[in-house]
Design a protein around this ligand. Structure first.
Ligand code: GDP
Length: 415
């Protein structure tokens, strides 16, 4: 007897049947249906799914097909009353027919329908295989549960998911909701807004920030260098910082760029330097850089832009290190884009940390979909966040990093 057997799963019976019909056609035979209650679906949430095992190519006859899918209206036969497919489809609104929620998957049982007693070898074989499949599912979820399941208080589960969806690391999200659960009164835990504020406070507490670039010297310029991958926004950020320091604090700013490759970037910085009335020097060697800084000794701040060097290119990173040693800046900020994928960011951190990193700047928060990742990166690098940038506008789109603000952005506030 040629037989094609497949198992389908979906959140509701209706969806599951539709899928059976789509894949196996209207002549599919429903052999078994059941509802599984997964205590923690992918280690996260209690969830119910419907499972249908359907076959095609079975012979009909007196003990033949138990249900065929025709037009989607026909109700499949139920396996020993253990399933209520209509109630589960959510279409009849009769919630009273729903069984009480189960906490774990019921043990697999053979089909107990007396009209369908398994007297052929093929059917016995089939039942054994289905039992085997059910056991595999049980095993799988036991593993998932023990390995990944977060120990998250039920009433804060949605808040935990909200943090994870914003790309806050799972361990950090778990820690935050646990702390709230420990410290908040039960009636406060019910107040969504209050809980959100407390979560924001926790996020803020976890995010080290440095405050703005501040001159501490009494003589000579306070030298700041920006390094980072190409295209993250170093030049734009230098222009923003220069304009801010000049306009807000009336400081004398010197600009230096060691961008020896991209003439366009020099032009861009030259344009900004002209607008704010600051000198710009383009240097090609570490010695020229040292001279340029000396030359700008009357400035309050010297800001150094660096060429976009690929983090993969260690030779050029070595070159960059030599430049920085020559300039001996007060601070080196690693500029990272909040839109870059985590692997790129990690690679940049690994490479540029070998040069020198004192603080972090995150650009393009306006384009970032998940600001939560910033928190994880800052914590991993163990360097404080100095500034974030929020658009292409010079000088408007830059802010001194503040924990509270970043926390709100992580939780979904608009810029
Ligand atoms: P560099 O190669 O690191 O010097 O990067 P650039 O300063 O040349 O910037 C690369 C691109 O990113 C330019 O188009 C900038 O306008 C853009 N950019 C810089 N900062 C931001 C920001 O905060 N938000 C957005 N959306 N774009 C930015």
């Amino acid at each position: 007897m040629g037989m094609n057997l497949q198992t389908f799963r979906a959140p509701t019976m209706a969806e599951c049947l539709a899928e059976v019909k789509r894949v196996m056609g209207p002549d599919a035979v429903i052999l078994h249906t059941r509802t599984l209650t997964l205590k923690r679906f992918l280690g996260l949430r209690r969830r119910e799914i419907v499972e249908i095992t359907a076959g095609r190519g079975l012979n009909g006859g007196p003990r033949g097909p138990r249900a065929r899918i025709q037009g989607g209206n026909q109700r499949p036969m139920e396996a020993g009353g253990r399933n209520e497919p209509q109630a589960r489809s959510g279409n009849n609104g009769n919630l009273a027919t729903l069984p009480p929620p189960r906490e774990s998957m019921p043990p697999p049982r053979p089909m107990p329908d007396p009209a369908y007693s398994p007297d052929s070898t093929a059917l016995r074989d089939l039942i054994e295989r289905m039992d085997g499949m059910a056991k595999n599912i049980t095993d799988l979820h036991t593993i998932v549960r023990s390995k990944d399941a977060p120990e998250v208080p039920e009433e804060l589960f949605d808040e935990y998911m909200h943090l994870v969806d914003a790309h806050v690391e799972k361990g950090v999200a778990e820690e935050i909701v646990k702390t709230l659960h420990r410290t908040l009164r039960p009636d406060h835990l019910q107040q969504r807004q209050f809980v959100r504020e407390k979560i924001a406070e926790q996020l803020e507490r976890l995010l080290p920030v440095s405050g703005p670039i501040t001159r501490t010297k009494t003589s000579g310029p306070h030298v700041v260098a920006l390094i980072g991958p190409t295209g993250v926004g170093k030049t734009t950020t230098i222009a923003k910082l220069a304009a801010k320091l000049k306009l807000d604090e009336n400081r004398r700013i010197g600009l230096v760029t060691i961008d020896t490759y991209r003439i366009a970037a020099v032009d861009q910085l030259k344009k900004y330097a002209d607008i704010i009335g600051s000198p710009l020097r383009v240097v090609h060697t570490p010695e020229e850089l040292r001279e340029a800084v000396l030359h700008m000794r009357d400035c309050d701040f010297v800001l150094i832009d660096t060429a976009g060097r690929s983090p993969k290119d260690t030779l050029k990173l070595n070159e960059l290190r030599t430049f920085l040693e020559a300039a001996s800046p007060e601070e080196v900020h690693l500029v990272l884009s909040a839109t870059a994928d985590r692997d790129c960011v990690n690679l940049a951190i690994e490479k540029f940390s070998n040069v020198r990193v004192d603080k972090l700047i995150f650009t393009k928060l306006d384009e970032a979909r998940h600001v939560g990742a910033v928190l994880g990166i800052v914590r991993n690098v163990r360097k404080p966040l100095s500034y974030v940038t929020t658009g292409q506008g010079v000088p408007a789109d830059i802010e001194v990093a503040r924990g509270k603000r970043i926390a709100q952005l992580i939780l979904g506030s608009d810029l």
